[in-house]
Design a binder for this molecule. Structure first.
Ligand code: SAM
Length: 544
């Protein structure tokens, strides 16, 4: 299978594995929750590569729908490549704005996207899907990257979003009126779309000119070009006219079935009973919704001007030029939520911008009584005064809003976190920046077992940090260099571990026990910090 090659690819292919886990520090003053929690709606401030990794312990395999709107790499966005990849060539890329003159701009973009897509895949549920906005600058390269990370077989669709309200006559060659949204399932056999409600326009097409007691109906052609051996008969209408399918066409039902349908009043012969027969389809009997289509018209999901107006009206910006050019309409995200989420789904947007995804999630929850949760990540300074501010305002209500729900406030809560210190092996070795007990416990438990850390299982007096499918996991540790020097898995400590017949995984700086003893007590010892990463490899919890 052909694959995409680009400069730096060899260095980034496994980069997501070596990105260190970072602490997530709550900033209570910026959130709208009594108690900050990683199980609340979330806004995370920081680079999404580190932030996605930091979310793995709590969100691994839990996200039902990812929507991302990364830089399109137009050459005018002032984005910089900033990943700390171990390659001299790529270190030279750091901090430099990627503009049109940059001959490596597509390489840089692919290097930025690949590790992020790999982490995003880790976060998706088996029945989840990812939607990625993009335009012609990178759509072809993105398709290759998505095929590589999610698998060609999991491709679902390329939706076309008609983003412009009117054509751009100033364009040199073509007025570019659409963006693409690439859609991939985590696993195509597990994913099913929600059917969408029929539009008012579609419902209006159902009428009842013959006062049929089954209610309004529309009709469809009873003939088709597909060969059908029983489909060449002649029928006589109530007014006495005879009809046969035209040459090369066939009735879609047998003569017996036709007679049965006619007797049941399901054949429409026209207002005077003398037209070619058609099959009636009752609104009450058709599927409750329609399968999603790939063409998303601005009249249904909004256009870029709608999006700017929405943002301006929430944030009181004086002029729409002051706000993002890239902001998306809430109805565009709503379409995605309608197709790909249930009422209790988690939705992740790791290129959050002005927070449209959070706004849409809260609006839909308010409308249908849902309990969807959003997780947003944004690295720019405006994460507080635009992204979080928009969310705070729509939750509390916008007095000037035309929409009644928005005026009243969409309700809900959210917690704000900032990326903290990385948990590095070196910091455990030299004692600098030691993570606190619970943070290290959460990280170790997830990396060793691949399962979510549950703080309520923690029993610090017995060093127990959690119970996974295979192990009881223990951590003998204190965030204090002096104490740490004397801590070890000793006979005394081992005897205090609960006597269950389950395997025990014990993390400690050292051990003073014989292998036979460990074996007898079903203890697998993991030395801090060296074996953290080995444990990761064994469990496969963090493999790409
Ligand atoms: C195209 S905008 C998203 C607009 C958003 N959909 C909206 O409706 O407002 C892309 C956003 O991703 C952010 N971004 C880019 N690289 C990032 C990174 N490495 N980590 C976190 N955010 C990033 C940018 O700062 C920008 O706000």
């Amino acid at each position: 299978m052909p694959s995409l090659q680009f400069k730096g690819k060899v260095f980034v292919e496994n980069h997501h594995l070596v990105v260190p886990f970072h602490e997530l520090q709550p900033v209570r003053s910026r959130g709208l929750s009594k108690k900050a929690s990683l199980h609340d709606n979330l806004i995370v401030e920081g680079d999404n590569l580190a932030a996605l990794k930091a979310l793995l312990p709590t969100c691994h395999g839990k996200v039902k729908c990812i929507y991302i709107d990364p830089p399109y790499n137009t050459g005018n966005e002032s984005w910089v490549y900033n990943d700390n990849v171990n390659s001299p060539m790529m270190r030279d890329w750091l901090g430099k704005v990627v503009d049109r003159e940059d001959l490596t701009r597509h390489d840089k973009w692919c290097c930025m996207m690949l590790p992020r897509l790999k982490l995003l895949r880790e976060l998706l549920r088996d029945d989840g899907a990812i939607f990625v906005s993009i335009d012609d600058n990178e759509v072809h390269r993105l398709r290759f990257l998505m095929d590589e990370v999610f698998g060609e077989d999991n491709f679902l669709a390329t939706a076309i979003w008609q983003k412009n309200f009117s054509p751009k006559n100033t364009a040199k060659y073509f007025s570019e009126d659409h963006d693409f949204i690439l859609v991939y399932a985590r696993s195509i056999d597990e994913w099913t779309p929600n059917l969408l409600g029929r539009s008012e326009q579609a419902i209006q097409r159902y009428k009842n000119p013959d006062d049929d007691p089954r209610g309004v109906w529309s009709s469809s052609d009873l003939t088709a070009r597909n060969y059908y051996s029983l489909g060449t008969y002649e029928v006589t209408s109530p007014s006495g006219k005879t009809f046969k399918p035209s040459v090369g066409n066939y009735f879609r039902v047998s003569p017996d079935k036709f007679a049965e349908l006619d007797k049941d009043g399901r054949i429409w012969w026209g207002p005077r009973g003398g037209s070619m027969p058609r099959l009636k389809r009752y609104l009450s009997e058709v599927k409750k919704g329609v399968v999603p289509q790939t063409l998303w018209l601005h009249s249904e999901v909004g256009h870029t001007q709608d999006a700017k107006k929405e943002l301006v009206s929430v944030l009181d910006f004086e002029r729409s030029e002051d706000v993002f050019n890239t902001v998306k309409p809430t109805n565009l995200i709503r379409r995605i939520l309608e197709i790909a989420t249930d009422k209790d789904s988690i939705i992740l947007d790791s290129f959050a911008g002005s927070g449209t995804t959070a706004h849409s999630v809260l609006a839909l929850n308010k409308e249908d009584g849902g309990n969807r949760r959003f997780v947003l990540i944004e690295c720019e300074d405006y994460v507080d005064f635009i992204t979080a501010e928009r969310v705070r305002r729509v939750i509390k209500g916008i007095p000037s809003a035309k929409d009644a729900a928005l005026k009243e406030g969409l309700g809900g809560t959210f917690s704000y976190f900032r990326l903290g210190k990385p948990m590095r092996q070196e910091s455990l070795l030299d004692g600098s920046n030691l993570p606190d007990y619970e943070k290290l416990a959460s990280y170790l438990f997830f990396t060793a077992t691949g399962e979510e850390f549950a703080p309520e299982q923690l029993r610090r007096d017995r060093w127990l940090i959690g119970t996974s499918r295979l192990y009881d996991v223990f951590l003998i540790y204190e965030a204090d260099t002096e104490k740490l020097k004397d801590m070890a898995l000793t006979l005394e400590v081992a005897r205090k571990l609960p006597r269950t017949n389950r395997d025990k995984l014990v993390f400690a700086p050292t051990k003073y026990l014989e292998p036979e003893f460990l074996h007898r007590y079903r203890i697998t010892f993991q030395q801090l910090p060296f074996q953290i990463y080995e444990a990761v490899g064994q469990s496969g919890a963090d493999s790409g």
